[in-house]
Design a protein around this ligand. Structure first.
Ligand code: ADP
Length: 363
């Protein structure tokens, strides 16, 4: 199968009326502020939404047009692609778009201009590729264990695929690892193949900060747009149970994100924050040209040595940006009031259109 080439996309873009660009996205994840921001910057907006899930979008009135489809994955259907192109659409990819459209389809079949680098989406989704991006420029990450027999401190054990941490556990020895693997299997939370592919990494005790960056290829600068921390079920409920009672109930933690808190970091840590943002940009440029473009996120834990340790990245807009739909403390410093990540994307597209450089920021 041929992957969608930049030439093909540029051809489509050449036919677009640049004064009538529509910002399009799938109705889920961060679409509310993507489309709100697009509207604020003067674009037309279209939401592609699964039938029955349109209520929040209509109540908040964030789209000029709605394309209702039977199931989210229909976004890659040819008639939908044609419709999007006829509206001069640029699609903003987010986590749900990637999950529903599918990586193969985005790479090979979805021939509509996408904001950012469509190839990098596979790199953030695959744990080994993601690790390569981080290791390339020596970004501090949790130590990885290749053999459970080597476990010599508290480790976190994760399984393949995005599963919201269901079945993930913490262990401190090989025996405890085996015991918990068997327990997860008997609950049906993992199967033998998951167990074989268990990913074991150092458990970092500290505070969670998900750092939202925006790389403007027009200005060639990484901006700090905001930070959130995660509100996760059921772990954040379990920690409200006194520890003496925790031992008596047989609840196993899961880490399913249900919401986000806005947060700011101790100011002296911001040098590290910009440093790791610049490093990720550099390694993405080297490994997955054209590298990063627009929003990206590093999910980190800051330990009591004040190290910012990255355990996961998003190479597109991250869900935590919903915590600053009206701007964050950091976006305020750079852009003044009201700059959400969605609006920042639209501003970049608007600037690129003005400068005749739209081709630079889409694939
Ligand atoms: P998934 O992507 O499958 O949801 P994550 O890698 O985001 O899994 O991990 C889920 C949660 O577990 C994170 O939000 C964080 O709270 C916690 N976590 C992940 N890795 C570590 C680690 N190395 N040390 C401590 N906590 C971690």
């Amino acid at each position: 199968m041929n992957s969608v080439g930049k030439d093909e996309i540029i051809n489509i873009l050449d036919k677009y009326d640049k004064d009538e660009i529509t910002i399009a996205t799938l109705g889920s994840h961060t679409s509310l502020h993507i489309l709100k921001g697009a509207k604020e910057e003067g674009f037309k907006t279209v939401l592609i939404c699964e039938k029955g899930r349109e209520t929040p979008y209509k109540r908040f009135n964030i789209a000029d047009e709605y394309i209702l489809i039977d199931k989210f994955s229909d976004i890659v259907n040819l008639d939908i692609q044609e419709k999007l192109k006829s509206m001069n659409s640029i699609v903003i990819p987010h986590g749900s778009f990637v999950a529903y459209a599918g990586l193969d389809e985005i790479e090979n079949d979805f021939i509509v201009p996408i904001y950012g680098n469509r190839k990098i989406l596979r790199w953030e989704a695959d744990r080994d590729l993601e690790r390569k991006l981080l290791v390339e420029e020596n970004i501090r990450i949790p130590k990885k264990y290749h053999d459970p027999k080597d476990i010599d401190r508290s480790v976190m054990v994760k399984f393949p695929g995005a599963r919201g941490g269901r079945g993930y556990f913490v262990a401190s020895s090989f025996d405890e690892f085996n015991h918990k693997i068997n327990d997860m299997k008997s609950r049906g939370w993992i199967d033998d193949s998951d167990a074989e592919q268990a990913h074991i990494e150092e458990y970092v005790a500290g505070c969670n900060y998900c750092i939202h960056y925006f790389y403007s290829s027009i200005n060639n600068e990484v901006e700090l747009m905001g930070m959130d921390s995660r509100y996760e079920s059921n772990i954040d409920g379990i920690v409200r149970i006194p520890s003496k009672d925790q031992l008596d109930i047989s609840l196993n933690p899961s880490y399913l994100i249900t919401g986000n808190h806005p947060v700011v970091m101790r100011e002296s840590l911001l040098t590290q924050v910009f440093n790791i943002g610049d490093k990720l940009l550099k390694s993405a440029n080297k490994l997955v040209a054209p590298g990063l473009n627009g929003p990206f996120c590093m999910q980190t834990i800051v330990n009591d040595d004040l190290e910012v340790i990255v355990f996961e990245i998003s190479a597109r807009i991250d869900g935590g940006t919903n915590s600053f739909m009206n701007g964050s403390s950091y976006s305020y410093l750079k852009h003044g009031p009201g700059m959400s990540m969605g609006r920042r994307i639209a501003l970049e597209i608007k600037t690129a259109i003005k400068k005749g450089e739209l081709y630079k920021i889409i694939t």
